[in-house]
Design a protein around this ligand. Structure first.
Ligand SMILES: Nc1nc2c(ncn2[C@@H]2O[C@H](COP(=O)(O)OP(=O)(O)OP(=O)(O)O)[C@@H](O)[C@H]2O)c(=O)[nH]1
Length: 287
């Protein structure tokens, strides 16, 4: 597997965020609830330079609720305000301005004590591609302003957006890069759709995804694809391929001679997995 990230690109992304930090009071760091480690920039603390920040575990509708709760407790122990959200339906999104003000409470209280009327809290959303930054901005703004898509890399523009009376957001989020040194990180990101399929091969990603579900979420997989007679030995590549073929059979990915088109089957599987059709799953737990 080769994933290339260019140092120039990272430096530019980092500088863009640091320029924006000067304009804002609080950072809203968006992570994918299914993989809070892999979807986190490894240098985030250094990049944020001590700016008050909260972590939102987005796409919590797709993640294992029990594991998400463990993550919330984990971040709490680290002294970081964190809570699950679902930007696509708006679950918990209304708590963001309140939590942002809480983070700045001391500063706001000092202003009030001096008789100054505190202005709206200014926030910046940061996160890796496809984590849901634009969807969240639109949700907070209550209208469609940021470009959203199911492919990484569609965010554009720059202005302040009012979120009620108490908060303002920069309409262009800060784009962070994920950590790529570890091959499994790359695959986890690819399974959830954060990395384009042109970079990693769809069959390899699906192979990884099926293996993962075989290990940790067998029942969901079994139910969806009728795998009652199949082996659930994820360490045996023949068993994994047999399941991929079954997916292909069920989804009509059959070519001449009855052979299964594994590439097509892989894409079908990934589409369904990413859309939550196999139920909720998490790929990383804190403990
Ligand atoms: N199920 C679910 N899907 C979500 C959620 N938030 C965003 N999405 C979907 O995830 C995809 C990516 O969302 P975007 O808002 O475009 O992500 P982004 O971070 O702005 O992406 P870039 O522009 O690539 O940086 C879209 O298909 C959204 O509909 C969520 O909470 N739950």
């Amino acid at each position: 597997m080769t994933i290339q990230w260019f140092p120039g690109h990272m430096t530019r992304a980092r500088r863009q965020i640091q320029d924006k930090l000067k304009l804002i009071d609080v950072v809203i760091e968006l992570l994918d609830a299914r993989l809070p480690v892999s979807s986190r920039n490894p240098m985030i603390d250094e990049i944020l330079q001590g700016k008050p920040r909260m972590i939102l575990l987005n796409k919590s509708d797709l993640a294992d609720a029990k594991v998400t709760q463990e993550w919330i407790e984990y971040f709490k122990k680290e002294g970081i305000t964190a809570f699950p959200v679902d930007a696509s339906t708006g679950t918990n999104v209304k708590d963001i301005p309140t939590q942002a003000r809480l983070l700045l409470k001391e500063k706001i209280d000092r202003q009030i004590a001096k008789g100054i009327n505190p202005r709206a809290v200014r926030g910046l959303i940061v996160g890796i591609p496809n984590v849901g930054k634009s969807t969240l901005i639109n949700r907070l703004a209550g209208r469609n302003i940021a470009a959203t898509g199911d492919r990484p890399g569609v965010t554009k523009g720059q202005q302040w957006i009012k979120v009620g009376k108490e908060m303002e957001l920069l309409d262009t989020p800060g784009i962070l890069w994920p950590k790529f040194e570890d091959q499994n990180v790359g695959y986890r990101l690819a399974v959830t759709g954060a990395i384009k399929e042109e970079i990693l091969n769809a069959e390899d990603i699906a192979f990884f995804g099926i293996g993962y579900l075989m290990r940790y979420y067998w029942d969901s997989l079994e139910e969806r694809y009728g795998l009652q007679e199949f082996s659930k030995d994820a360490d045996d590549s023949d068993s994994v391929i047999a399941i991929m073929e079954q997916v292909g059979r069920i989804r009509g990915c059959v070519v001449s001679g009855g052979r299964i088109d594994l590439e097509k089957a892989s894409r079908a599987f990934l589409r369904e997995l990413r859309a939550g059709k196999m139920g909720r799953f998490s790929m990383e737990a804190p403990y």
